[in-house]
Design a protein around this ligand. Sequence first.
Ligand code: ADP
Ligand code: MG
Length: 690
Amino acid sequence: MQSSRVVTPGDLDRPIRTALPWLARGAAGLARLGITTPREALWYLPFRYDDFSEVRPLNALVPDEKQSARVRVDAVRVEPGFGRRPQRVIAQLSDDSGSAEAIWFGRRFVERRLRQGDELIVSGKVTQKGWRPQFTSPEFTPVGHESVHTARVVPVYHLAAGVTQKRLRELLARILEAGLPALEDPLTDAERGDLLPLATALQTVHFPESEAETTPALDRLAFDELLALQLTLAQARRAREELIAPAIRVAQADVAAIVGALPFTLTGDQGAAVAAIVEDLASERPMRRLLQGDVGSGKTAVAAVALACAVRAGWQAALMAPTEILARQHHAGLAPLLDGLGVRAEFLSGSLAAARKREIHDAIADGAAEVVIGTHAVISEAVDFPRLGLAIVDEQHRFGVGQRAALQAKGAGGEPHVLALTATPIPRTLALSVYGDLAISTIRELPPGRQPIRTEIRDRRALPRIEQFLASEAAEGRQSFVVVPLVMESDALQVASAEAEAERLAAALSGVRVALVHGQQKAEARDATMTAFAAGETDVLVATTVIEVGIDIPNASVMLIEDAERFGLAQLHQLRGRVGRGTDRSFCILLSDATDELAQARLAVVRGSQDGFEIAEADLRLRGAGNLLGTRQSGLPPLRVASLFEPRHLALAQRARDLADTLVAGGELRPELARLQADFAPIEEEGDAA
Ligand code: ADP
Ligand code: MG
């Protein structure tokens, strides 16, 4: 192995080619993972580990466990590929206790690195093949050559095309060796307290000696991330103390008239939300309120009242959704309500003809357009919004800093009041530590007359019957969603599995029209597929989690989620909320072969409850320590390390919040803290990543 050189602190943020010229050949691959500098590499964390540290004699290997063995290669055989079957390399292995086989598929470089008589450490998963154990695609290294791949706890990273797990691991090991000595800890000793030094934590998270070591190491990284988040929140709190919004005063009688003109009576929770919003609007401090409630709980109705109130008081209002199709749905749902309230709502979309767009821009500019509904992007590029008093953002917990600036620049200089709508319920403890600067209204009570969704847990053996069910629903004119398993390793793999599943279903269910949506499609293509499905032109929609948010298809009656145990409970609940929106009885089928108790308990929570808050709280309780790095936390800030479902991290969030308040009150941040903040940039919400 080439000896690594140590770099200077300044090198950490230079391009890898210049900072680490001896690794220049790896730079292109790293760039595909979004890693351009040594610092980014240090922070490119594994999402799980394979524990191969147990080295066992061949006669003591345990089927289905990850383990290692020290072996001799007795023979190597290459079976050429044939048709669709890939080439296979098969090695006969032995040690003093017995023998085993190892097999690799389609991996040409393997045969070149294996010779009869070699002494190897092999690490991998073992299955019993006849009378002998078999390693499938194990990692291997010659005995006497230390390696980051075998006989130890091995990190597993997200990959991109053209970068192998092995290559990435080797590159990261060398970057850590060269870069960590140059890394300065952004925290002072006093601030750090009992947490590990940053360099130690990073080294351990990448290459732990044991999995247990990763807990304190991750705690340290989580703290840095939470501190970055809390610094931004503390600054926002401070900055907001100086902002002025229009005081939108609406008389009680007007509010009552608006509410009374709705085609239904508000539920108690809806009424309380309306009252809180009316009070916020009347203040000169800009409203920052989060309205959370399950799908169908009646948030849109509350939004309609808020929009009408702003207009009644002489202001303009905007409602922004993350995608065009959601914006269109909002317009379709709101326009009749607003119409009944005497308010004119325009729909503004990127796909409108230029002339029509200009018309709407003009109507906004001269104040004729009272309410505008569209996507975030389209509304922020609208030229002029002279009397914007209220902005409602859908499916977003937080108004992005950039978006706010854009809107503010359009307006009369004042700050709009902001109401965010979300169907992802957040338990109170969590909300307080992450959204301490938002006021929260919660709708828990559903409007009368909702049909419960029948939820079942099934294993794969039931799949043929389930598919017949999808076909019979299609024959009766109802539609189904099929959500493919979450693949942590890479988006590309998940897309591939979605494509394969769509093909398989189309072949298995003759006469059923199957469509596919996933996050790597262009937004327009995805919108077109969703629109066609909404119009009933297809029967089964195979999807990655892109369909999680918002979309309303009343005719859909079945939600089938494959390998359901891989999803967060809140996410399962969200997905289930895609059905049961019409008058037909509907079903949610959680397909899972997981047999462990925790997985079953988690799925049983979703089966047993239709209340998003109850589910979120149970999730928090059940996840406890066994939490996976990188699990997507729908609706929460996109945290990379910290898990707000982890009680230890919740405590760290509180500690970070206190520290952030002190630091921000002390004036300008130390440069290393400012850079920590920039590195994590946690506040801007991610797009609707699949
Ligand atoms: P959300 O936006 O939270 O998903 P919506 O506001 O779209 O929910 O409401 C879902 C459905 O329930 C809509 O058809 C709406 O007209 C209806 N609805 C809302 N509030 C009430 C209510 N208080 N009573 C009866 N129906 C209601
Ligand atoms: Mg809605």
